[in-house]
Design a protein around this ligand. Structure first.
Ligand SMILES: [Zn+2]
Length: 429
């Protein structure tokens, strides 16, 4: 009690000190930063404006244009030799999952690592991703019992620097998640990563469970088994999620299962590797997004056993063809990678940028690819009012490259400057 009283008697000076500290900290954060920009890329229009100034205050873009007054005492960053654009986004990531080897299977990952270890893995991955220029990502599950929710919250609290993380919580799937024929004696240990939902009511309940535990979006896996979701089950998920302001993404490859996803009103088809032109046309009509996750062949080779090498070549060619057809038909597309393996010397950020090769191979113009990586992804993620473009009032998520990404999208592999919510996280050399 005595000790407690002593602390209490010092209460006022401590409170004063804290006030002074927070006022000072607040003042430091209110510091204005000015970016002098040689070429400001507008991904919506696919154009670049010369000699622009961006004024950043309190983490947001306060002004942008050719004739912005530079306030006295502002920190000025020289990007006059660079191409400046909004931070990149990936609509399909699994930040807590990597080093995956499909010859041992996805299930091994659930047993091998605790939720805490998976969260640490995810935090490291999130930071690698930010460093190469991705300022927002959507984690679409396989996150070890909501570990991505904790990563998101820790970054939001300012404990760690990282990208904006949106998470879907546990993946909702028909019985068994993405496991296959586990012995019944083992029990349903997939429930660490999945929610079994096999009726309209179970789907509704699963969506509510995810919202309760902090999901920003909903993810279903439809056709990973011989059975798949009906149109009614998809509609139930969409109704329940939309009522709470969340988008629904569904892992589905093609055929009748994909038709159910599109007609049921899901917001996005994830993967869609077997989509016919007819289904792509239906997606266009319904306004369904495609998050294509076209794995490069080198990634597939790393992911699957050696004896499948010939098959990986065919698979990658099929993905390029589907991407080409989707672009030609005019389906709305958001960039998504699903990268979960690691090639020697490459971190997750580098692996994600490898997907640019697939967009190039499909003949998608650089401006359209950049759009898929910025404003399109922001729209699908429902954050387009605060992120995804460089305009007054938007969050200051800004990156720069030495070369013009509208001419060659591979310029994005050389991101030389990253600002996240107004803080420089990768200073220009
Ligand atoms: Zn995935």
């Amino acid at each position: 009690m005595k000790k407690h009283n002593r602390l209490m008697s010092k209460g006022i000076p401590i409170a004063l000190l804290l006030t002074v500290f927070f006022l000072t900290a607040g003042f430091a954060f209110a510091q204005t930063t000015v970016l002098r920009v040689g070429n400001l890329v507008d991904p919506a229009a696919g154009t670049a404006a010369k000699n622009q100034i961006i004024l950043v205050k309190d983490g947001k873009i306060a002004e942008v244009g050719p004739n912005v007054n530079i306030p006295a005492g502002a920190e000025v960053i020289d990007l006059t030799n660079a191409w400046v654009m909004p931070g990149l986004m990936d609509a399909h990531t699994h930040i807590t999952l990597d080093e995956l080897d499909m010859s041992s299977g996805l299930d091994v990952m659930f047993l091998r690592e605790s939720s805490a270890m998976r969260a640490l893995r995810g935090l490291r991955t999130a930071q690698d991703i930010l460093h190469v220029g991705f300022t927002a990502v959507r984690d679409v599950g396989n996150d070890a019992n909501y570990a991505a929710v904790d990563i998101r919250d820790a970054i939001r609290k300012g404990w760690f620097i990282g990208p904006t993380v949106l998470t879907t919580g546990k993946i909702i799937a028909p019985f068994g998640g993405q496991t296959h024929r586990l012995p019944p004696e083992q029990g349903r240990f997939w429930l660490y990563e999945y929610i079994d939902a096999d009726t309209v009511d179970e789907v509704r309940k699963a969506v509510r469970q995810n919202i309760y535990y902090g999901a920003d979006a909903i993810k279903l896996v439809s056709d990973n088994s011989a059975f798949y979701y009906s149109e009614e089950e998809i509609r139930a998920a969409a109704e329940e999620a939309h009522a709470a302001g969340l988008a629904v993404s569904v892992h589905v490859m093609g055929g009748e299962a994909a038709r159910n996803v599109i007609l049921g009103g899901a917001d996005s088809v994830e993967h869609g590797f077997d989509l016919s032109d007819e289904l792509l046309q239906l997606m266009k009509e319904k306004g369904t997004w495609l998050v294509g996750t076209e794995f490069p062949q080198a990634h597939l080779e790393k992911l699957y056993p050696a004896e499948m090498k010939a098959q990986t070549k065919e698979e990658a060619a099929k993905y390029v063809d589907r991407l080409k057809r989707a672009f030609k038909i005019g389906v709305k597309m958001a960039f998504g990678t699903d990268s979960v393996s690691n090639l020697p010397g490459k971190n997750r950020g580098d692996m994600m940028l490898d997907y640019l090769d697939m967009w190039d191979a499909a003949g998608v113009p650089p401006a359209a690819t950049l759009k898929a990586m910025t404003i399109n992804a922001a729209e699908l993620l429902r954050i387009e009012k605060s992120r995804g473009s460089i305009a007054k009032g938007m969050a200051a998520d800004i990156i720069a490259t030495p070369a013009n990404p509208l001419e060659n999208i591979q310029a994005l592999r050389q991101v030389s400057f990253v600002m996240k919510d107004g803080k420089v996280v990768k200073p220009k050399k």
